[in-house]
Write a protein that binds this ligand. Sequence first.
Ligand SMILES: *[C@@H]1O[C@H](CO)[C@@H](O)[C@H](O)[C@H]1NC(C)=O
Ligand SMILES: *[C@@H]1O[C@H](CO)[C@@H](O)[C@H](O)[C@H]1NC(C)=O
Ligand SMILES: *[C@@H]1O[C@H](CO)[C@@H](O)[C@H](O)[C@H]1NC(C)=O
Length: 413
Amino acid sequence: MHPRVQEAMNSRLKVSVLLLLLAGVRAERTEVGPAVCHPDCTKYGNCGEDGHCRCPFGRIGEACEIDFLAPCRQSPEADAHCGIVSSKSCGCWRRCREYFCVQTDFGQKCHEFDHWDRRACFHREGLPPDQQFSNFPEPEEKDVKCFEGYTDGAKEVNCTEAAVFNNDVTHPLSECPKQCSKRGFCMTLKDAPGFGPRCRCDRGYYGEGCDSEQENICYKQCSGRGKCIDHFCHCKPPYFSIGCTRSKVYPANYSRPSPVDFKIYMYELGTQWAYENFLERFLDSPVRTEDPSAASLFFIPAMAYAYSGNVGVANEHLTAVIHHIKHTYPYWNRTGGRDHFFWQTNDRGACHLSGDPMDAIKIVHFGSTATPDNHGTMPPLGHKSYGCAHPLRNVVAVPHQPGDMAGWRGPGT
Ligand SMILES: *[C@@H]1O[C@H](CO)[C@@H](O)[C@H](O)[C@H]1NC(C)=O
Ligand SMILES: *[C@@H]1O[C@H](CO)[C@@H](O)[C@H](O)[C@H]1NC(C)=O
Ligand SMILES: *[C@@H]1O[C@H](CO)[C@@H](O)[C@H](O)[C@H]1NC(C)=O
């Protein structure tokens, strides 16, 4: 492995991958000012308030200089994907595994990847790792080998077999219109049989051949302060945060604000996947403050849905996020988390939480209070006396389904 990659990977081992964009120790600050990071940070990333560079998906390193998931792109210009539906290069699976599964204080974090070990893949012989792109080999390509599994000693298989996963088939780009503009995967999905190969476009692209570009897929369209690249706002300094909505960093300050001037501070977790509708409104809402010491409430934008699947348990993820917040900022400990809130979406939402995440306010969708004593149609889950939602602590909010679902295809492929 390249020593810089090794170095970057080592430094990441201590941190949950789910937190990989927010690792490290917060620089002590004594005055209000712009965030200060590695001098090259803003070439690809944004300078976070903790002095660490926030990289777009797939990039790592102090200044995001390493395009770690390059093999997961179909071409150098395309987006990187780690989704399991389409077939990918063996190098891509290995990098995805390294990117997402690391040893943390909470154990090996690998949920979505555990059953991937035997995922079939292809390898173009003689090409260096960063050029093992994930466009499925064309029939006439020579020196391609396919494997069942991507670890050492994986069994070689016929590439026709390597194209199939759970009855979904990945095709060479030449079998789809306009080769999907090299901005999507060419696939026949089992849920849509009879259609033959079709493009599943990268996020932000649409049309039969992925040749149309969707505009404004970034929060606040980056507030006019940056460029939207693959759902990541690359902000002009001194701007940072989701949608380039912040420019100032405040020193940590334990004092409590006046309860009358109600403000909410949002932690900077540096992720691009959020509870979109709420976030979109919150980002430039007058209730938001950049100064945590002026906040009555603290919003933790932990992306539990994106990482936990439909009804997966987000507890480990949230525990890791809270661990970071607890050790980096003084605010959680002041109230034991009771003035902090996060979303717990989906039907089971907060049902399976335990430990630190229990203490915060949860915004949930179902708000089930079914218990062993009172359950009706909902099975009793969660806390034995109040079920999945504490009526005095939690807030029930209806789910919001964006009208345009095109964007949801990206993460899965
Ligand atoms: C690969 O497998 C498919 C179907 O299982 C078969 O039709 C094809 O002939 C095989 N190709 C090679 C090169 O073995
Ligand atoms: C802490 O915050 C309070 C309220 O915003 C402010 O009055 C005080 O000057 C701050 N202290 C420091 C050391 O910044
Ligand atoms: C908050 O409390 C925990 C112990 O529960 C401690 O380990 C941590 O260092 C404290 N955080 C800060 C910022 O002091």
